[in-house]
Design a protein around this ligand. Structure first.
Ligand SMILES: NC(=O)c1ccc[n+]([C@@H]2O[C@H](COP(=O)([O-])OP(=O)(O)OC[C@H]3O[C@@H](n4cnc5c(N)ncnc54)[C@H](OP(=O)(O)O)[C@@H]3O)[C@@H](O)[C@H]2O)c1
Length: 250
């Protein structure tokens, strides 16, 4: 008799935001490879279509890619209404990074970061919980950042949004544990994605930062593998915590 694999996502339905690019895309594909049915969310129509094709090549589960601007309350509601059955996992990966020193930061800059990095995942989680769309035993994963743990010049607003996720997830974990739903964060250091490329273009070379990385720069698949763990029953006793990835001693 074969032993069951506690890391398997077979028979699980997982919603992944930011599934059209970078880390979220890698998470969506990894979930499908581990046997899950994936509902991916993004905005860009071409990338939604190609992500859908990639998922369908992995398995014949009824994967879906849904278009929603998650900063728009109405589009969030429509997304939630389009879900016909309960989810076993949710990964909040959609997010943006914008750099600006506090001395010249604008209210608009703060509001834009807050809207997608904090308000969207929090209110989407609320809507899912209110409609009882997260099954008992389900797992919620927020993609925070090493920026929530370290001081780096020019990153204050982004760091603040990512630190908020750590605190929100910790409190949420206490609220949902009665349903055996878990909530955790991943805090990756720099990962090779389009966001990373954008940051490199703004600040010039990131070689200096990367020299302090004991294991070098991360790949989206590194974060995807950790997400699979947090979504699977292998982590059934882990909630309210954060895994810091690729950092030096956080
Ligand atoms: N890359 C890194 O070094 C790094 C390190 C630590 C943490 N993170 C975090 O990891 C997450 C993913 O980052 P990434 O590097 O994969 O970035 P990315 O490649 O730029 O992807 C960002 C994703 O977020 C989606 N998104 C952005 N705004 C949205 C909105 N208003 N509504 C719906 N979807 C929206 C994008 O969808 P469309 O493209 O379809 O618009 C895209 O799928 C972010 O939360 C980021 O803060 C990244």
């Amino acid at each position: 008799m074969q032993a069951s694999n506690p890391f398997s996502l077979a028979d699980k339905r997982i919603l992944v935001t930011g599934a059209t690019s970078g880390i979220g895309h890698a998470i969506a594909l990894a979930c499908a490879r581990m046997g899950a049915e994936v509902i991916g969310v993004g905005r860009n129509p071409e990338r939604l279509a190609s992500a859908g094709q990639a998922l369908n090549q992995i398995s014949d589960k009824p994967h879906r890619m849904l278009q929603a601007d998650l900063t728009n309350a109405e589009e969030r509601q429509q997304l939630v209404q389009s879900l016909s059955s309960q989810l076993n996992g949710v990964v909040h990966s959609a997010g943006v990074s914008r750099l600006c020193p506090v001395r010249i930061i604008s209210q608009k800059h703060l509001d834009e970061l807050q809207a997608i990095n904090v308000t969207a995942p929090t209110m989407l989680t609320q809507a899912l919980l209110q409609k009882n769309l997260i099954a008992p035993g389900g797992s919620i994963v927020f993609i925070s950042s090493i920026a929530a743990h370290a001081g780096v010049a020019g990153v204050a607003a982004y760091s603040g949004t990512k630190a908020a996720l750590l605190a929100i997830s910790r409190c949420l974990s206490m609220e949902v544990s009665k349903h055996r739903i878990r909530s955790n964060c991943l805090s990756p250091a720099l990962v090779e994605t389009p966001m990373f490329e954008g940051t490199s273009q703004v600040v010039g070379s990131l070689d200096k930062e990367l020299r302090s990385y004991p294991l070098g720069v991360g790949k989206p698949e590194d974060v995807a593998n950790a997400s699979v763990f947090l979504l699977s029953d292998a982590s059934r006793w882990i909630t309210g915590t954060t895994i810091v990835m690729g950092g030096s001693g956080f």
